[in-house]
Design a protein around this ligand. Structure first.
Ligand SMILES: *Cc1c(COP(=O)(O)O)cnc(C)c1O
Length: 428
């Protein structure tokens, strides 16, 4: 069957198909560059697996205490080689990105220390870890203070402010690579390297940690290649490649990763324990696929930006900009637009495609939020997903796509919903 007819049978009108196809065709140069990045990172991952002699027996898991889990220990060596670090902690017991960040912070800070964010307010879920919002078990409750230096109005680092903020108690600096749900741009690895160099020139023994969520394999290098002492992320985002059913990672200097391991398990136990049950195979295979999965998500993000900016919607980043993470924001301008967009993404999902997303009052938010996700792994955001708060400017935050073709269809379905509602008109 003609591909256009297949799309038509799957709910895409002739008008939407014609418009979206022309956009997709215009992106071939950009996609070629993304394919080259994927090739680079695929080789990097493969080289680490070959060097560490990953074997069939490593794909099996342990139970109980998890002593002598060769698969787990070898996977950690593979991660350490990919990130060019001394050590790694890659575990199914790490629940999510927030948990990984909490482990890295709470294990490397002691009462009386100060934590500094030199890039403005971090991701929402960090508020309660730090105690920005009072919370049970926060760093603040343990006598660890927090300082923050916002970006300048032009979004540059406030070097003067950072210099002034660093004091004798400053122990650890947290740098968030992705913008998350903020309006600032995401940072390139190069920019992060410049910031770390500056910070180390003031206080060489400061621990520089990067929240690498959504950033893995988007560039040829990672923050640990430019001086980060610790790098932290979630396996249900990029490096899990869509296959990891849970988990998180912490890579970096041996001393700091060890601290994290003692915190995750227990003093005295550290990295020696932790059963992997059945997760090793999916962790390896997901990591192996991740560079290509991330490239699919990037293509989807760029396609979405091109589709919507051409219709007059503001897209952050725009379709031409360099990418430093997989997140795409599209400002739809109206509640109706945001809801239609999310409905389209949901309808395109492999799981729960028949479900209609509705705005709801999510705890901790001051406006209603709408979400679309039809994922194999609950909450996985390397899979095609989007969400947005129902308030000005009605931005949809869109990310993921295990395959480019699914991401493409998802965006076409979002556009079809908008088109059916009369919210977009295609230029002749
Ligand atoms: C996703 C994310 C986190 C952690 O979120 P979890 O949902 O706990 O995995 C932290 N920081 C950033 C920038 C993120 O994108």
């Amino acid at each position: 069957m003609e591909i256009e007819n297949m799309y038509k049978e799957m709910g895409i009108s002739t008008e939407t198909y014609a418009y979206a196809s022309a956009i997709a065709d215009s992106l071939s140069d950009r996609f070629k560059a993304i394919d080259e990045m994927a090739e680079h990172n695929q080789l990097k991952v493969l080289a680490a697996m070959r060097k560490n002699r990953v074997a069939e027996m490593h794909l099996a898991g342990t139970s109980g205490y998890g002593y002598n889990d060769e698969g787990r220990d070898t996977l950690e060596k593979v991660y350490a080689d990919i990130f060019h670090t001394e050590d790694a902690l890659v575990r199914p017991q790490i629940i999510c990105g927030t948990h990984a960040l909490n482990i890295a912070l709470s294990s490397n800070l002691r009462p009386g220390d100060e934590l500094l964010s030199p890039v403005g307010k971090p991701y929402d879920t960090m508020d309660e870890i730090i105690g920005i919002r009072p919370s049970k078990g926060s760093l603040a409750e343990y006598g660890i203070t927090y300082a923050q230096v916002d970006l300048l109005n032009n979004k540059d680092f406030d070097y003067e402010g950072i210099k002034n903020a660093i004091n004798e108690r400053t122990k650890l600096v947290t740098i968030q690579r992705s913008k998350g749900y903020a309006t600032r741009p995401s940072f390139s690895v190069k920019q992060i390297g410049e910031l770390i160099s500056f910070i180390k020139s003031i206080k060489p023994d400061l621990i520089c940690m990067v929240d690498n969520c959504y950033g893995e394999f988007v560039e040829e290098i990672e923050p640990t290649d430019v001086g980060a002492d610790l790098c932290v992320g979630s396996l249900i985002k990029n490096p899990g490649g869509g296959l990891a059913p849970c988990g998180g990672y912490i890579v970096g200097k041996k001393e700091y990763v060890e601290q994290a391991a003692y915190r995750l398990s227990s003093p005295g136990l550290g990295k020696e324990v932790g059963a992997t049950l059945g997760t090793n195979k999916d962790f390896y295979q997901g990591l192996f696929l991740s560079p290509v999965v991330v490239s699919s998500a990037l293509k989807g993000a760029i396609f979405a930006a091109a589709v919507y900016e051409n219709l007059g919607f503001k897209c952050i980043p725009d379709s031409k900009e360099d990418r430093h993470d997989i997140i795409q924001a599209v400002e739809l301008g109206t509640a109706e637009g945001l809801i239609a967009f999310c409905k389209g993404i949901q309808a395109a999902a492999p799981v729960d495609s028949y479900v209609t997303p509705e705005p709801w009052d999510m705890p901790g938010y001051d406006s209603q939020v709408i979400m679309a996700a039809g994922a194999f792994v609950q909450g996985s955001s390397i899979e095609l997903s989007c969400d947005g708060p129902l308030r000005e400017p009605y931005a949809a935050y869109f990310q993921g796509g295990l395959t480019w073709y699914h991401a493409k269809y998802g965006i076409m379905m979002s556009l079809e919903e908008m088109y059916k509602k009369g919210l977009v008109t295609f230029k002749a």
